[in-house]
Write a protein that binds this ligand. Structure first.
Ligand code: NAD
Length: 498
């Protein structure tokens, strides 16, 4: 019997009423295992109204009340790591260890939210004028929305809601329709932790649900993570509707390898960062730029390692890489490899024919490695979001940096070198929001903020860390005068205070 995933509104499951459902497949078998309810405008309105009602009390609750619930949620999340990871693997396809990793990285933001009282301490300046004090405080916005992608169905929602609710907002999440179950499990755990009904809600769906959140007058802010075209659309539309928006988009992350680098370490890092999670990570390394004469040696070292990757179902402990999310996406990824030779690339490894015995209908693709990729090739220009690594060649450090900076994307980037001076220069000269020095996937820890530049992020705020607290609160400055009881009345003065 097909499982049905319903909405979560007001602390309980609410059956879909629109009559529209989307299919959720097990990427390893290709079978539709689940139907997910798609919300109508009215259903989104019901979730926002519930969140608005809940804000009336949650927004006034004490910091101690909010953080004690988050501490309980943290313990439940910790105890349910495996259960959440299993849901992720069943709908996303990534291997269990990778799914556990995403839960762990989400938990980091819950840790941060448990200590939100430190971040919300505010500022006070005393005696700025005679008997005048000035306090800067931050207050919640109200109902805020999160719209999240398929590739991290637990972690990316946790980049958002722990900080949003810790700072006193109420939340409506619209998770990816491709792997919706982890979000519902998280909602159940929040409820079990004692979160009041209506503070965290989940509506499933597609553009209909998203567009309603973008235009709803009671939604004060929108956090989005997904592809660049949709991020741009979300930013434009929600901004036009007067909302605060942070919209994180796609990426093409480069790894610059200088001639003095440890090439074995660089090859290990390139393979892990390019093919982990089948390349379906916004911080995946998808382009290696080899500087100087090391190109052939580096490509050979990458090939040797990449060929050994074990591909299979995510729930098989022997698998290191799982299938892609959908058949359509698998075919799109394959098309870049199929066209690569005609576009001037040297195809070192071609994974397009790969399949797994006994799982022939799964969304499989093997490892592909393209060398001497010209910047004009589609395989270089587009975010492929699959296990395809492009290697480009540059004569000098300067040529490599210019090549990376010419990319419209600016999410993450990395340099591999033993030269501290070159690494320092790279940090300052490179146009990307997250930089790794001998670290291929420089995802900031929870108490720093995550975000790219250029077409990888629209809006002013990066996500989580201090930027998260700022995004979900608005500032207020209170100027106070308490005259000393002995003071004579100041009298009327129509001049502007000097
Ligand atoms: P996507 O843009 O297709 O979907 C993201 C969300 O937007 C989903 O909830 C989806 O239902 C919704 N959506 C899709 N089309 C829409 C439309 N026309 N109108 C309104 N809403 C729409 O992204 P995806 O395929 O789920 O995720 C992969 C993408 O996300 C990749 O590009 C990846 O780089 C990016 N990503 C970025 C980051 C980051 O931090 N920058 C992190 C994870 C993923």
């Amino acid at each position: 019997m097909t499982k049905i995933v319903n909405h979560w509104i007001g602390g309980k499951t609410v059956e879909g009423a629109s009559g529209t459902y989307g299919p959720v497949t097990d990427p390893a078998t290709g079978a539709v295992t689940t139907k997910v309810a798609f919300a109508s405008v009215e259903e989104v309105d019901a979730a926002v109204a519930t969140a608005k009602d809940a804000f009336a009390t949650w927004g006034q609750s004490s910091l101690a009340q909010r953080t004690s619930i988050l501490f309980k949620f943290r313990a439940l999340l910790d105890a349910n790591r495996d259960a959440i990871a299993e849901l992720i693997t069943a709908e996303h396809g990534k291997v269990h260890s990778d799914a556990l990793g995403e839960v762990a990285r989400g938990l980091e933001i819950v840790d941060l939210a448990c200590g939100i009282n430190v971040q919300l301490k505010g500022e006070l300046s005393t005696q700025v004028a005679s008997r005048v004090d000035v306090a800067a405080i931050r207050q919640p916005l109200g109902v805020v929305a999160g719209i999240t992608p398929f590739n991290f169905p637990a972690m990316v929602p946790m980049w958002m809601f722990p900080i949003a609710i810790a700072t006193g907002n109420t939340f409506v999440l619209k998770p990816s329709e491709k792997d919706p179950s982890a979000a519902v499990k998280i909602a159940e755990l929040l409820s079990e932790a004692g979160l009041p009904d209506g503070v965290f809600n989940v509506v499933h769906g597609d553009k209909v649900a998203v567009d309603r959140l973008l235009e709803h007058p009671d939604v004060k802010a929108v956090s989005f993570v997904g592809s660049t075209p949709i991020a741009r659309y979300i930013h434009t539309t929600a901004s036009a509707n007067g909302k605060r928006v942070q919209a994180l988009g796609g990426a093409k992350n480069h790894m610059l390898v200088l001639p003095d680098a440890d090439l074995d370490a660089a090859a290990d890092a390139a393979v892990s960062a390019a093919y982990g999670s089948a390349g379906e990570r916004c911080m995946a390394i998808s382009a290696v730029v080899a500087v100087g004469a090391i190109g052939d040696t580096l490509v050979e070292k990458i090939r040797e390692r990449a060929e050994k990757i074990k591909i299979g179902p995510g729930n098989d402990p022997a698998s290191e890489m799982g299938p892609l999310i959908t058949k359509v996406h698998r075919d799109k990824v394959a098309s870049y490899v199929e066209n690569a030779a005609a576009e001037g690339c040297e195809v070192v490894l071609d994974g397009t024919g790969y399949t797994v015995e006994g799982f022939e209908d799964g969304h499989w693709i093997g490892i592909s490695l393209l060398d001497k990729v010209p910047t004009s090739a589609k395989a270089y220009q587009d975010e492929i979001f699959g296990p395809v690594l492009c290697v480009l060649r540059a004569e000098t450090y300067e040529e490599g940096v210019a090549l990376i900076n010419a990319s419209p994307f600016g999410n993450g980037t990395a340099i591999f070198t033993r030269d501290g001076g070159a690494a320092r220069r790279f940090q300052l000269e490179i146009e990307a929001g997250m930089v790794g020095v001998n670290v291929p996937i420089p995802v900031p820890v929870g108490y720093h903020s995550f975000g790219g530049w250029k077409d990888s992020l629209f809006g002013d705020h990066h996500i989580y860390g201090n930027d998260g607290t700022h995004f979900y609160t608005r500032g207020k400055v209170v100027t106070t005068r308490w005259p000393d009881p002995a003071d004579a009345p100041a009298g009327v003065d129509l001049g502007f205070p000097r």
